[in-house]
Design a protein around this ligand. Structure first.
Ligand code: KG4
Ligand code: ZN
Length: 339
């Protein structure tokens, strides 16, 4: 079987052509970073309008790369939750149109579960049952996954997501959007022990939740203190920027790794899958790899292009299709965050 998968949950317009054997025949990701850059974050209305412009060219390019025609498709899958309402609707409208016109099944994809499934696709191995950590721009969540269809939420952030904290701290430091890659780069020249930023909940081993807003505020107070500040006019010493970036990143890595391994201990599992844009972070990857070896845990982290948003991970639709889980054409977008 050949599936077309669509991803428009946030600010990437992506399409992929995959088989039920999880072969990737073609994949296209159109980034909108340059459109959102000057706002320091994703502007939902700009994102949805850009999806409208890009969705058809992106689908055509994915099909062309795969050497597959529309008529050869056996199903179409689309991420319908979670995400920005306007963005989700564009992918959903395209997928429904194709399903109706081609008379093929429509399959719903949960974007967060798809981030985890990227580990299955990239490794070519069965990664279930596992503990999964999803670290993205909107989510920081731990799951116990019995199978590709059974995700049980163990905990998550009670305020900001890890990626959101990277983006906001980068903005305070005058570093470009998206903040994750720019903080990672600045951190290379910095001292991770320069500032003792908080590691919220890290010492509460029983609690599998995260909180990053206190960390974000600690960074702000380190830079400027309370009160109104125009961060655009702030003159920061480049070494201080590097030291804050490195110390902030170290705090995030400590809590993500600490909670992921605590979840493994609590659940008695020894497979850890990590997905989402923040899983592209080199310091996090190094830390998880080292600790996994030490603890005898099998770790799966996808290559960078399958960590950040893409449509290949929508191949989780194959599992739903095999289980007979197809959707009616009135499938809704379920916007917002899953907490
Ligand atoms: O999964 P993703 O591409 O989109 C969402 O589903 O949100 O994640 C985007 C997030 C952004 O906050 C971005 O700053 C972060 O992932 N990110 C990183 C890195 N690359 C992307 N964070 C830390 N280090 C990176 N190298
Ligand atoms: Zn994502």
């Amino acid at each position: 079987m050949i599936l077309l998968t669509l991803e428009t949950t946030c600010d990437e317009t992506a399409a992929a052509v995959v088989t039920d054997q999880l072969e990737v025949l073609g994949s296209v990701v159109a980034s909108q970073d340059h459109l959102h850059q000057r706002f320091g974050g994703v502007v939902p209305e700009i994102a949805s309008r850009a999806h409208v412009e890009r969705i058809l060219p992106v689908i055509h390019e994915a099909l062309a790369k795969a050497g597959v025609t529309l008529r050869e498709l056996d199903a179409v899958a689309v991420a319908n939750t979670p995400g920005l309402a306007g963005s989700l609707l564009v992918g959903l409208a395209a997928a429904k149109t194709l399903a109706l016109a081609l008379d093929i099944p429509l399959v719903a994809v949960n974007h967060l579960q798809a981030h985890v499934y990227a580990c299955r696709i990239a490794s070519g191995e069965n990664v279930f049952p596992c503990v999964a950590l999803v670290v993205s721009g909107g989510h920081t969540s731990l799951y116990r996954c019995r199978s590709p269809l059974e995700f049980e939420l163990l905990g998550g952030t009670i305020d900001d997501a890890a990626g959101e904290a990277f983006d906001k701290v980068a903005s305070m430091l005058g570093l470009p959007f998206p903040g994750g890659p720019s903080i990672q780069k600045a951190a290379e020249r910095g001292d991770a022990a320069a500032y003792p930023f908080p590691r919220t909940f890290l010492n509460d081993a029983a609690r599998l939740d995260f909180s990053f807003s206190g960390l974000k505020t600690a960074v702000r107070y380190t830079l400027v203190g309370p009160g109104h500040v125009d961060f655009d006019k702030l003159q920061l010493d480049p070494q201080q920027v590097a030291d804050v970036a490195a110390s902030f990143q170290a705090a995030v890595v400590d809590v993500l790794a600490g909670k992921a391994f605590a979840a493994l201990e609590q659940s008695g599992l020894n497979i850890l899958c990590v997905g989402g844009g923040v899983a592209a972070n080199s310091a996090l990857r190094r830390r998880l790899e080292a600790e996994a070896v030490q603890r005898g845990v099998k770790l799966y982290i996808p290559p960078l292009h399958l960590c950040t948003d893409n449509a290949v991970m929508g191949a989780i639709a194959v599992e739903r299709l095999k289980a007979g889980l197809v959707e009616p054409l009135d499938l809704d977008a379920v916007a917002g965050l899953q907490r």
